[in-house]
Design a protein around this ligand. Structure first.
Ligand code: NAP
Ligand code: GDD
Length: 372
């Protein structure tokens, strides 16, 4: 059997890294689109790197950008992929309010460029396309829980751009018969999650606070509720979505929702620190109530959390909770991690990383990366 060829846009991101690892394990040749940047942006995939002089490499990176049609056409023509996973996006909801036009271009029109490239190259019957759609599409939710049938109500420039990407994917499927599917993924996190998303911001800060390297964690809306899963489980769903007989759209979620405030409690709980919360809204604070871990002892009553209104969003998504029944039934997808397992995985990794950071701060020197 010739090995299957996959092209992953956004290969340097959280999901791109896990998906590349997963597909390589399945025997695929994986091509990844990476952006040129003035500093290396390949930390998450450095362990997969293969020297260009190796014959018949199975992992190859190409410079490119979702805002550049001609480069997408060239890369697709050169690699002739059986499957394209379109994960590239300006993916930060709050930042999309600051860069709405760029977000629309990269996340919305970028998806159109990819679909058009496949069509123009005559690959409509060869190349299957996975589109990274999002639970942000539900925004001001019209139904609880949210399923494939729930109407969309996007609440940010990011979500509106992704709404275009969702529908243009459906349209190319219906108009040209391209195998193009949307995965409507609810929030998924991991030890390699971007450091400005709330879960990773919390686990990194908790690790630093426990080690005496940070004083207080500043967050925005503590009452927002999210359906959080583990990215390792979610990339398996992406793969399954492209292995079906028929292109279709699927919700991928755990079906459990949790407040940001409770994620904070759970993360501190992993280092044996119990919190008490006082106040409301912008005045809410959290203090150390007790410390049960011998290594992480903080003074009882110490403030560890405050709210900073700068992190509030002009329009917020208050509640997300997905109904994954269809993906469980049709794809046979079952996540391995629950929220407790996810928080534990992230906290263990960040404690490990911060201990090394502390070692460096204390004058030590050591080269390390996320996957050590
Ligand atoms: P991420 O960590 O932010 O990764 C985004 C990737 O896209 C990075 O590789 C980034 O490159 C790349 N990228 C950004 N703009 C680009 C452009 N103009 N051209 C080419 N590449 C570009 O995001 P993620 O968490 O892995 O999410 C993957 C996809 O799923 C995204 O489309 C996201 O919107 C969507 N999604 C994520 C979640 C979630 O909870 N994680 C849920 C639903 C949907 P750099 O490394 O150079 O920045
Ligand atoms: N980032 C961040 N930083 N969020 C905070 C903070 C903070 O300091 N404090 C509270 N929050 C709240 C946000 O207001 C939001 O309600 C929630 O925490 C989650 O924020 P993020 O982790 O930034 O994720 P998101 O839900 O906005 O978006 C992520 O998930 C989407 C899927 O639903 C991103 O990965 C998107 O790309 C993805 O589509």
């Amino acid at each position: 059997m010739p090995r299957k060829v996959a092209l992953i846009t956004g290969v340097t991101g959280q999901d791109g890294a896990y998906l590349a690892e997963y597909l390589l394990r399945l025997g695929y040749q994986v091509h990844g689109l990476k952006r040129r940047s003035s500093l290396f942006n390949t930390n998450r995939i450095d362990h997969l790197y293969q020297d260009p002089h190796i014959e018949n490499r199975n992992f190859v990176l190409h410079y490119g950008d979702m805002t550049d049609s001609s480069n997408l056409i060239r890369i697709i023509q050169e690699t002739q992929p059986d499957e394209i996973y379109n994960l590239a996006a300006m993916s930060h909801v709050k930042v999309s309010f600051d860069s709405p036009e760029y977000t629309a271009n990269a996340d919305g029109i970028g998806t159109l460029r990819l679909l058009e490239a496949v069509r123009l190259l005559g690959f409509a019957n060869k190349t299957r396309i996975y589109q990274a759609s999002t639970s942000e599409l539900y925004g001001l939710v019209q139904e609880v829980p949210q399923s494939e049938k729930t109407p969309f109500y996007p609440r940010s420039p990011y979500a509106v751009a992704k709404l275009y990407a969702y529908w243009i994917t459906v349209n190319y499927r219906e108009a040209y018969g391209i195998f193009a599917s949307n995965g409507i993924l609810f929030n998924h996190e991991s030890p390699i999650r971007g450091e400005t998303f709330v879960t990773r911001k919390i686990t990194m800060a908790v690790a630093r606070i426990a080690l005496g390297m940070q004083d207080v964690l500043f967050l925005g809306n503590l009452s927002a509720k999210r359906d959080w899963g583990h990215a390792k489980d979610y990339v398996k769903a992406m793969y399954l979505i492209l292995q079906q007989d028929k292109a279709d759209d699927f919700v991928i979620a755990t079906g459990v929702t949790t407040e940001v405030r409770d994620f904070v409690r759970m993360a501190f709980g992993e280092v044996g620190i119990e919190l008490t919360f006082t106040g409301e809204g912008a005045d809410e604070k959290a203090f150390v109530k007790s410390c049960s871990h011998p290594e992480y002892q903080l003074p009882v009553g110490k403030q560890v959390l405050a709210v900073d209104k700068a992190y509030f969003r002009p329009t917020e998504v208050d509640l997300l909770i997905g109904d994954p029944s269809k993906s469980k039934k049709v794809l046979g997808w079952e996540p391995e991690y629950d929220l407790k397992g996810l928080v534990k995985d992230m906290m263990e990794s960040d404690i490990h990383l911060m201990k090394k950071d502390k070692y460096l701060q204390d004058g030590g020197y050591r080269v390390f990366n996320y996957f050590e």
